[in-house]
Design a binder for this molecule. Structure first.
Ligand code: PBG
Length: 327
């Protein structure tokens, strides 16, 4: 028996729901949640994503409605991913002023104004016919430095359309610096960059590649995204480099399998830290719940609390609107 017992009885603070609420150390707030959305060019009705029950590829109209609902629920932000009709080797739709993402950004800003922060993922994989996050050399390798100009151009197109945060996710070296210089030169020095600084080559992105129709047509992303078993200092190095290049906030992705990394980053930086609860994390809970194997709502809240407790200031989650309503 511990010398502290019977005086010390931790259960005293757990006895009632009111007591637990009063003493809670981790709270979720709708304003900290960001809803990722997919918008597909050329469809009139939203199309369900089979591997993400409850998530759809939006039409431009249904996206406006989803934005309004998210804003009404108090969600803090929305991040847009586009599925263009036409893809090519350089991802031309990414920086086309008439491209689906640019149109959708303008739609959403017109719909909700400042009621939530409209963000855009800046990458090429949704727009390239080969599905890689950059343009390729003749040998079929991702050409880091040639890709940077494409990212800067896409970021400028998104900012012109009204995007309020640029979120580069391609994991090219120097991408934040290139985008910062591009934005500044185009009159967007006031637009912040939320850098996907720490992004692992993860099996948990599987369902997203259905939703965004962007699976690589050959090879994988291991030469640019981080190895889950990679060097222990790698995450902090990526963060440090992105901050030196001008990132205003940083992200860790995926979330649940990388809570240790999230905590390291939170303890190291003085900027907001975001965590992305990715498509596979969503699909696992939905699939198990559909089978009656876990309590869906409790599993959702528990995973979000864990991500918050590990240090996330912002959480990107496909459940954002639903959870915001529940909070
Ligand atoms: C790349 C991007 C991906 C995700 C967000 N941005 C896919 C990838 O890197 O393969 C994944 C998000 C998720 O799985 O929910 N533009």
């Amino acid at each position: 028996m511990s010398a502290e017992f019977p005086v010390a009885r931790p259960r005293r603070l757990r006895r009632s729901a009111a007591m637990r609420r009063l003493t809670a150390g981790t709270r979720l707030h709708p304003a900290d949640l960001v809803l990722p959305v997919f918008v597909k060019e050329g469809i009139d009705e939203p199309a369900p994503v089979a591997s993400m029950p409850g998530v759809v590829q939006h039409s431009r109209d249904s996206l406006r409605k989803a934005a309004r609902e998210a804003a009404e629920a108090g969600v803090g932000g929305m991040i847009l991913f586009g599925v263009p009709l036409v893809k090519d080797a350089v991802g031309s739709a990414a920086d086309d002023p008439g491209g689906i993402v640019q149109r959708a950004i303008a739609d959403v800003v017109a719909e909700v104004g400042d009621a939530l922060v409209v963000m855009s993922d800046t990458c090429l994989d949704e727009f390239t016919d080969h599905g890689h996050c950059g343009i390729l050399t003749e040998d079929g390798e991702v050409d880091n430095d040639a890709t940077l100009a494409r990212y800067a151009s896409a970021a400028i197109a998104q900012a012109r359309a009204g995007s309020q945060v640029i979120a580069p996710s391609g994991m090219m070296d120097g991408q934040v610096a290139a985008i910062r210089a591009g934005l500044d030169g185009a009159g967007f020095a006031h637009i912040p960059i939320l850098a996907y600084s720490v992004k692992y080559a993860s099996a948990f992105y599987g369902p997203f590649r259905d939703a965004a129709e962007c699976a690589p047509q050959f090879g994988d992303r291991s030469s640019y995204q981080q190895d889950p078993a990679g060097p222990l200092g790698e995450a902090l190095r990526e963060v440090r480099l992105d901050l030196a290049e001008g990132a205003d906030a940083v992200m860790v992705k995926p979330a649940l399998a990388y809570l240790d990394i999230l905590r390291q980053v939170r303890d190291t930086v003085d900027v907001p830290v975001a965590a992305y609860q990715v498509s596979g994390e969503y699909a696992m809970v939905e699939a198990a719940a559909a089978n009656g194997w876990i309590d869906r709502n409790r599993a959702i809240m528990e995973s979000l609390v864990a991500i918050r407790r590990a240090g996330a200031d912002l959480i990107l989650t496909y459940w954002a609107t639903e959870v915001a309503r529940r909070l």
